[in-house]
Design a protein around this ligand. Structure first.
Ligand code: HEC
Ligand code: HEC
Length: 419
């Protein structure tokens, strides 16, 4: 993720094939400056419009394959530059992998291996076992190539950060939950395992400081460190602009991450942020449509409703005295579909991350999958500054000077848990 790709050499009017393909669908609302202030969701998101492209089963299956297993050729980074196969073979036993927040897809294992696992006949302290798991594509988000009993190549996929498991077999081992953020995953510690000098001592210290469920997707360009909470990649079908700062539609961001963070092969150029990366051949662009279709098919997990009367009272606060629905409205609970973004100060958020992005603003986060323990229970806001939903409400009480009784605050939290 952190090789020294040059952010210079940006030529105006030189959108890459990738970005050109993405903006082609937004013709009227795209300029060199990026999406204009007012965007129409149907122009950005073909599935949003009535009669939009149907999700064909073949395209969805292909999108799922890409999301789970496609590395876009990023083995050239994770293997040739970071030497992760050596590291994994030497120090990453299955227990160590689970400790780093990696997840195991039980369905990928043959029945005999599942039975051996259940019987405690598998050595979970041996890195050799991790290679066996990788040979079955069972480590979520890691794609290994195994020759005999040797792990020769490793790459990463979207599922690394945006999938977890339901723990049905054991903690960290179960059925895949695609689109769910992996809030246990310690990406920083994993990258810091690499012996490569590409990871400087200073960067290594930063990586180790992030902790689980956090990642900074811009540090390799600007050197600034404001790690973000790993968001879900679900529940976005009716959201016009993605990312905490609404930098672009879903395929814009998918291309950004695949090429500039995962180090997949392709070209990504965005003059708004001074990023220009060319890493041929183009293995990302042709996959974006199927990948997007699959993401749009992923619904957020249903919320948890316990006390129906409290939920109704909380909803009333949300719509009324809390003022929440001024910004969190509509089917996706966000005003971004009307082209609205918010300055950091106006929503009481730290400006440091926003200032590193194309818009310098924050998008009203679509409220979905807010509470589903143990996988989903905060933290909230882009930087995780609110550890709990109670803290979210406290933030708004302070920022907007709300007068809400403790009963109203509790009811509001109960309502948020149903979203
Ligand atoms: C190393 C971890 C990591 C990997 C790998 C990764 N992402 Fe992300 N993803 C993030 C983080 C962190 C953000 C938050 C960025 C932001 O909002 O500015 C994010 C944001 C997103 C969003 C926006 C969510 C929202 O609420 O708007 C989508 C969609 C997404 N990623 C999809 C993908 C896809 C598809 C891939 C594979 C091409 C991928 N991600 C790979 C960490 C990752
Ligand atoms: C002026 C617009 C505005 C109002 C009013 C508003 N929000 Fe937000 N909300 C935002 C923005 C912008 C963000 C993203 C902030 C960030 O990530 O730093 C956000 C984020 C959130 C999140 C975090 C979601 C996540 O997954 O991290 C929750 C929960 C939330 N708001 C609930 C509320 C509640 C409850 C109220 C009413 C008390 C409210 N909001 C009022 C704009 C608003």
């Amino acid at each position: 993720m952190f090789s020294s790709v040059s952010a210079s050499g940006v030529r105006k009017h030189s959108f890459s094939i990738v970005l050109a393909a993405i903006v082609a669908g937004m013709a009227a609302c795209s300029t060199d400056e990026g999406p204009a202030a007012t965007v129409s969701p149907s122009e950005l998101n073909p599935l949003f419009a009535k009669g939009g492209t149907a999700l064909s089963p073949q395209v969805l299956a292909e999108g799922q394959r890409i999301f789970r297993f496609d590395t876009f050729g990023d083995e050239t980074y994770w293997t040739d530059t970071l030497h992760m196969p050596d590291t994994i073979s030497k120090v990453v036993s299955p227990l160590a992998a689970l400790g780093l927040g990696l997840k195991v897809d039980i369905d990928a294992l043959p029945a005999s291996l599942q039975a051996a696992l259940a019987a405690g006949d598998v050595d979970l302290n041996s890195p050799a076992t991790t290679t066996v798991l990788l040979s079955h594509d069972a480590v979520v988000g890691l794609k290994g190539t195994v020759s005999g009993t040797t792990l020769t190549r490793v790459g990463i996929t979207c599922a690394l950060c945006h999938s977890t498991v339901d723990n049905s077999f054991a903690p960290g081992i179960g059925h895949r939950l695609d689109g769910w953020p992996n809030r246990d995953l310690n990406v920083g510690e994993i990258v810091a395992l690499s012996p490569s000098p590409v990871i400087s001592t200073a960067l290594r210290a930063i990586l180790k400081s992030w902790g689980p469920g956090r990642y900074d997707p811009r540090i390799n360009f600007d050197g600034i460190n404001t790690p973000l909470v790993m968001p879900g990649a679900y529940g976005l079908r009716q959201v016009a602009l993605e990312t905490f700062t609404g930098d672009g539609p879903v395929s814009y961001w998918n291309a950004y991450v695949a090429i500039t963070q995962m180090h997949g092969h392709g070209t990504f150029v965005d003059p708004r942020i001074g990023v220009s990366v060319s890493n041929p051949p183009e293995l990302v662009g042709p996959k974006l449509d199927a990948l997007r279709a699959y993401q749009f098919s992923l619904s957020a997990p249903a919320g948890v409703a316990t006390d129906r009367a409290a939920v109704q009272r909380g909803k009333d606060v949300f719509m009324g005295a809390g003022g929440c629905a001024t910004c969190h409205y509509g089917v996706a609970f966000t005003d971004v579909n009307d082209g609205i973004l918010h300055s950091p100060a106006s929503v009481g958020q730290d400006a440091t991350y926003a200032n590193r992005t194309a818009t310098k603003m924050y998008r009203t986060t679509p409220l979905r999958g807010l509470w589903h323990p143990p996988q989903l229970q905060g933290p909230y806001f882009h930087d995780g500054s609110a550890p709990t939903l109670e803290a979210v409400v406290a933030h708004y009480v302070t920022t907007f000077g709300l007068t809400l009784s403790s009963q109203q605050r509790a009811d509001l939290v109960t309502y948020l848990k149903t979203l």
